[in-house]
Design a protein around this ligand. Structure first.
Ligand SMILES: Nc1ncnc2c1ncn2[C@@H]1O[C@H](COP(=O)(O)OP(=O)(O)OP(=O)(O)O)[C@@H](O)[C@H]1O
Ligand SMILES: [Mg+2]
Length: 358
């Protein structure tokens, strides 16, 4: 038997496009990553980088149309969740029969079984994730009833327990979302995501809409739940502070590509990609005396018109001619630390050559 640690989630070469009237949005390009059981992976990137698209792909919730999975593999506990057949070309036509559609249907049924039970998602906006006309308690009980063969009374009791787990008295079971504050609504969303003790929770910017104190409480809660239940978490955020607070590892996404990933030491202290570096330089730092913050100039390229070379080149402070000659490949610069930058690749190659000469 292999002694290697088994991954809970394995995403390989995921490429997702949206086909719109204006053109093809290349939202996610050749992204690969793993999440181990119980691990918290931070996914960082600016708006439009493709973070939510990655999350929806894993949940089987991409809006089709306009989304097309162009290639890739998504394995949860070793089970494949992307169709083995390529999507039919041309305009999307679900009425079209065919082996691709049959496989898609089978996968959709399987997704329904695992969603909520094996993998849950907390959506970006807690204010709209809840149903305004249902009691908060019943919204939790509903998930439990769908997945577990238990009576309504038992599901209600479990939902009350879950409310208490997230710090809300069970007496508030029969209240509506509008009677709850933003932080409490977010706690209900967490309770729903956790109700069936999934192995993986995908939390899409779970604290963005909250003020700083409530944000700290929600993060603490997520961390405690991860410790108690061993739940793995994919935490999407644009805030490195959140990553530092609770993540084990972090991956930086830029224009739909993974540009750097590693543990917190790699990302915070030994980062190498100019985009990661630029993001840190644009943040206030209490320890260093900086006169001025240095924002990254320019904007992310239009995902409908990505360059055939490094997509960060136009904004990069250290860009050289070679950076506009090809797309950078992702290389492992040290165990567990990956970077996609031509200059880094070249520098390492030169160092290795120098070593060989000696
Ligand atoms: N349904 C859709 N139709 C067309 N384009 C879409 C759709 N959903 C997302 N996109 C585009 O895909 C790209 C990636 O979007 P995505 O929502 O995955 O980014 P994100 O990293 O989650 O951004 P944010 O931080 O703003 O949530 C963007 O250019 C976005 O405009
Ligand atoms: Mg998003």
């Amino acid at each position: 038997m292999s002694t290697e640690k088994k991954n809970l989630l394995e995403v390989r070469n995921l490429t997702v496009h949206y086909e719109t009237d204006e053109g093809i949005v290349e939202a996610v390009n050749n992204v690969s990553f793993d999440i181990a059981p119980g691990e918290i992976l931070g996914v960082v990137g600016e708006t439009g980088a493709g973070k939510t698209t990655i999350a929806l792909s894993i949940m089987g919730l991409l809006p089709k149309p306009p989304a097309h999975v162009i290639s890739g593999s998504i394995k949860l506990d070793g089970e494949e969740f992307l169709p083995s057949l390529p999507e039919p070309e041309g305009p999307f036509d679900f009425a079209k029969k065919g082996p691709w559609k049959a496989e898609q249907k089978k996968l959709e049924l399987r997704f329904r079984e695992i969603r909520g039970k094996k993998v849950s998602m907390m959506f970006q906006d807690p204010m709209t994730a809840l149903n305004p006309v249902l009691y908060v308690g019943d919204q939790i009980a509903e998930v439990i009833k769908i997945h577990e063969n238990i009576s309504a009374a038992e599901a209600e009791k479990r939902a009350g327990d879950m409310l208490e787990v997230v710090g809300i008295p069970r007496e508030r079971y029969k209240e509506y979302p509008h009677q709850f504050s933003g932080g409490m609504k977010q706690r209900v969303v967490i309770a729903i995501a956790l109700a069936c003790h999934p192995d993986l929770i995908i939390a899409d910017e779970p604290t963005t809409a909250l003020d700083v104190t409530i944000q700290a409480q929600v993060l603490q809660l997520l961390r405690n739940l991860q410790k108690e239940y061993g739940t793995a978490i994919m935490l999407i955020t644009h805030d490195f502070g959140v990553v530092a607070e609770i993540c084990d590892r972090c991956m930086v996404i830029y224009a739909g590509e993974k540009v750097e990933s590693g543990n917190l030491e790699h990302i915070f202290d030994k980062n190498m990609h100019p985009y990661t570096r630029g993001m840190f330089e644009s943040l206030p730092n209490l320890e260093e005396d900086t006169d001025r913050l240095k924002p990254i100039k320019g904007l992310m390229p239009n995902p409908m018109d990505l360059p055939s070379y490094c997509s960060f080149a136009e904004r990069c402070d250290v860009c050289e001619e070679i950076c506009k000659s090809r797309n950078p490949e992702l290389i492992e610069v040290e165990p567990g630390h990956e970077v996609a930058c031509i200059l880094v690749t070249e520098k390492l190659a030169a160092q290795n050559n120098a070593k060989e000469v000696k």
